[in-house]
Design a protein around this ligand. Structure first.
Ligand SMILES: C[S@@+](CC[C@H](N)C(=O)[O-])C[C@H]1O[C@@H](n2cnc3c(N)ncnc32)[C@H](O)[C@@H]1O
Length: 280
């Protein structure tokens, strides 16, 4: 079978199974399996796929046709110019979350020496991306998931910043170590009863603990803000990602916990996504 034939067959199977991005996904899976750029698949479209590669390719297509996210199948997701290892224990980093990274980097001078805490670090994508660009800052990442912490440590190692970051397996409710100049967090913020209405890729595969914001969607936002208030230095900054319809309530919680709201930032889709505030 030639490259273009196997790609066509893969995308046909995905289309039949209602996978919207069938053609792109077939290309991503073959390029990841052969370890070549997608452009090479087009340039070498008449090249022959070996028999064992063919078998593995259809095994991967079979996983994707059941809605398993492409990043869990390839094992990687690109975020802020870096490639992060991901698996079923962590939320797949979203482009919307790059808004937090952008805001933190515009606040921190290149020579800044701040100490940063990332609450609910998951794959470590936010804190690692920031530390890679601010070489004198140090970081701590915590997560309630032991497996997420293992993966975040691995990502810090492959991104060569493991000497400037510590990860702890801890519930934010029990974490009271040290004071930080800056706190960042993308807490779970989806209402519990809305999770089953999400796309299959998300509801059947991504960790519930990374999505579930409790009955009203604010249980982890409240906890994160309350704990941040104790963990942050005076005049320290808190950068929070929230759901686009959660601004008003989040502002109330921030003010109640002694934060002054500096700004609300929209994401690429023009939705309210990030709140920047200062502890007063
Ligand atoms: C929305 S995910 C964000 C992951 C990553 N920071 C990102 O932006 O891609 C939320 C993370 O918070 C963690 N988490 C949930 N409840 C927690 C708690 N009580 N204490 C610490 N971490 C928690 C989850 O395990 C998950 O990794």
């Amino acid at each position: 079978m030639k490259y273009h034939e196997i790609l066509n067959q893969g995308s046909k199977i995905l289309k039949l199974n209602k996978i919207k991005s069938y053609s792109l996904d077939s290309e991503i899976l073959l390029s990841s399996l052969l370890n070549v750029d997608r452009s090479q698949l087009i340039i070498n479209h008449n090249k022959i796929v070996k028999n064992n590669e063919k078998k593995i390719f259809f095994f991967l297509i079979n996983r994707r046709k059941k809605n398993e996210p492409i990043s869990y199948i390839t094992g990687y997701k690109e975020f802020w110019n870096n490639n992060f290892k991901v698996d079923k224990n962590v939320l797949i980093p979203r482009p919307d979350t790059e808004t937090i990274v952008e805001q933190v980097l515009s606040y921190l001078r290149p020579q800044s020496t701040k100490k940063i805490l990332d609450i609910g670090t998951g794959s470590g994508c936010i804190i690692i991306s920031i530390l890679k660009e601010r070489k004198k800052c140090k970081g701590v990442g915590i997560d309630i998931s032991k497996n997420a912490i293992k993966l975040a440590k691995y990502n810090a190692k492959i991104q060569h910043i493991k000497n400037r970051i510590n990860f702890f397996h801890s519930d934010i409710d029990n974490f009271l170590t040290d004071k930080y100049d800056l706190i960042i967090s993308n807490p779970p913020y989806i209402k519990q009863h809305e999770i089953n209405g999400l796309e299959k890729d998300i509801k059947n595969y991504e960790p519930r603990v990374a999505l579930n914001g409790g009955i009203d969607g604010y249980s982890k936002i409240r906890l994160t803000i309350k704990k941040s208030s104790a963990l942050i230095k005076k005049n320290g900054k808190l950068f929070l990602e929230i759901g686009s319809n959660q601004v008003m309530e989040t502002l109330k919680i921030l003010k109640f916990n002694g934060f002054f709201v500096n700004k609300i930032v929209k994401d690429l889709a023009n939705k309210n996504r990030c709140v920047v505030s200062t502890k007063i």
